[in-house]
Write a protein that binds this ligand. Structure first.
Ligand code: EPZ
Length: 416
């Protein structure tokens, strides 16, 4: 089993090129199914989740071809097939194929999605929305059997602004008859990117970036290319990391910081100086973490995906801190591993209380999900001696090469 070994570092200096966004590109890959043609996706991260999405598309006779970070998707010979649980179970975003498959073929037999174990992660909001669109759904032994005579536009109020359900229902609605109104929709940047991509394909969507989306169905969508945005969570990982280690680093490939406002705000509160320059962020710190009380939330609040990194960094703070998790009900998997380093953290329900002024000592740690795994690697950079992180396949689902990135800023880190 591969692992990452990381040594405590006294200073970080250099440039990290920020990869393209995972959570933007996965729904856009699914959306290519809505037309018959060839789409080119630029700045597509070379990560395991994208590779699995390519395998899922291949089941539907879609051809994909990667050259560097350019992914070409050819849906001209796409044909309906059931999607096996053995593949859908590898990826949460496999469920995002449901909307486009129903829009294109009116039927779908698809295994339940997998994904990181960070809570219950049901798909009831997706399914309730599809049922409102006239889809008959049966679940038998983790296989969803869905069929519709034709998708019918509807009015649907999401009980929680689920990112995936909003994406799925938008993609179904662009291929449905009539008008769909989604209220209580998620507003994450990934949804704005998806809507803009669909608009470029010829979809009719109003209210982009708000929680009320009005979508008129159409059957004339044409394939188009997409230039992926940078990954705000990967950028945020390195931004928060800088709080705990004296740093003078540049994060390149960041053209617009609008989507990172609250991440930058929290990084600044814990001691990181961030200056936006042309196509990059210049990040400096003295490596003294200021503690505080923080919470995650739906966009534009601080993202849950960066909560594990924030908790890890706050374990080095000068005073006691707390982090409240407001999106997932079970996402403090980082805590038990940080305790092995010497961190003193108490979890009470959705709130983690983190003791400040603690010395951390390197240890062998186990990644159990994508963001928690990345946070453990980051923690190794400010723990005495050496830290080894095992189960790194989780990290590779979403980070192109965390070892390469951290080597670029002077870390002693390697695959072992
Ligand atoms: C997306 O997951 C992201 N994944 C997640 O990032 C991210 O943590 C999450 O949004 C929240 O921002 C992708 O974009 C591929 P949700 P998603 O549906 O869409 C509950 C990462 O590390 N819920 O907004 O699955 C759910 O249980 C990943 O990159 C229902 O109850 O998230 C959770 O508590 C991890 N019923 C909350 O909503 C549903 O039908 C948010 O989930 C759907 C969701």
């Amino acid at each position: 089993m591969r692992a990452i070994s990381v040594k405590e570092v006294s200073k970080l200096k250099g440039n990290i090129e920020i990869q393209g966004s995972k959570n933007t590109v996965l729904p856009i890959m699914a959306a290519t199914l809505l037309s018959s043609g060839v789409s080119v996706i630029y700045n597509c991260p070379d990560i395991d989740d994208v590779a699995v999405m390519c395998q899922l598309l291949a089941c539907l006779h879609v051809k994909t071809n990667r050259v560097g970070n350019t992914l070409t998707i050819d849906t001209r010979e796409a044909a309906y097939e059931p999607l096996p649980l053995s593949l859908t179970g590898k990826l949460r975003s496999s469920v995002l194929l449901l909307g486009p498959i129903l829009a294109r073929w009116g039927k779908a037999r698809i295994g339940m999605p997998g994904g990181c174990a960070i809570g219950l992660r049901p798909v009831d909001i997706h399914l309730e929305g599809f049922m409102k669109m006239n889809v008959d759904i049966r679940l038998h032994r983790d296989i969803l059997d869905c069929s519709t005579f034709h998708l019918q536009g509807c009015e649907y109020h999401l009980r929680f602004p689920s990112v995936g359900a909003t994406e799925n229902l938008i993609m179904a609605a662009v291929g449905a008859r009539g008008r769909t109104i989604l209220r209580g929709a998620a507003k994450e940047p990934e949804i704005v990117e998806l809507c803009n991509y669909l608009l470029a394909m010829g979809a009719l969507i109003e209210g982009v970036g708000t929680d009320v989306l009005i979508i008129k169905g159409t059957d004339v969508l044409t394939s188009c290319d997409y230039c992926n945005v940078y990954d705000r969570i990967v950028a945020g990982t390195y931004l928060l990391m800088a709080a705990a280690i004296p740093s003078d680093i540049t994060l390149t490939g960041i053209d617009d910081i609008h989507y990172m406002k609250n991440i930058i705000k929290v990084a600044s509160q814990i001691g990181v100086s961030v200056v936006k320059m042309e196509n990059c962020l210049h990040v400096q710190s003295f490596g003294k973490v200021d503690g505080g009380d923080f919470e995650t939330g739906i966009y534009p609040e601080f993202p849950t995906d960066l909560q594990p990194v924030l908790v890890a960094v706050l374990a080095k703070a000068k005073k006691d801190s707390s982090v409240t998790e407001r999106v997932f009900e079970k996402r403090f998997g980082i805590v038990r591993e940080l305790e092995k380093l010497g961190a003193d953290i108490t979890v009470k329900g959705q709130r983690a209380e983190i003791k400040g002024n603690t010395e951390l000592y390197g240890h062998t740690l186990k990644a159990a999900d994508l963001r928690q795994g990345a946070a453990l690697v980051v923690a190794g950079l400010f723990s005495r001696g050496y830290t080894t992180v095992t189960n790194i396949s989780y990290i590779e689902r979403g980070y192109e090469d965390i070892v390469r990135d951290l080597q670029c800023v002077g870390a002693e880190i390697a695959y072992v």
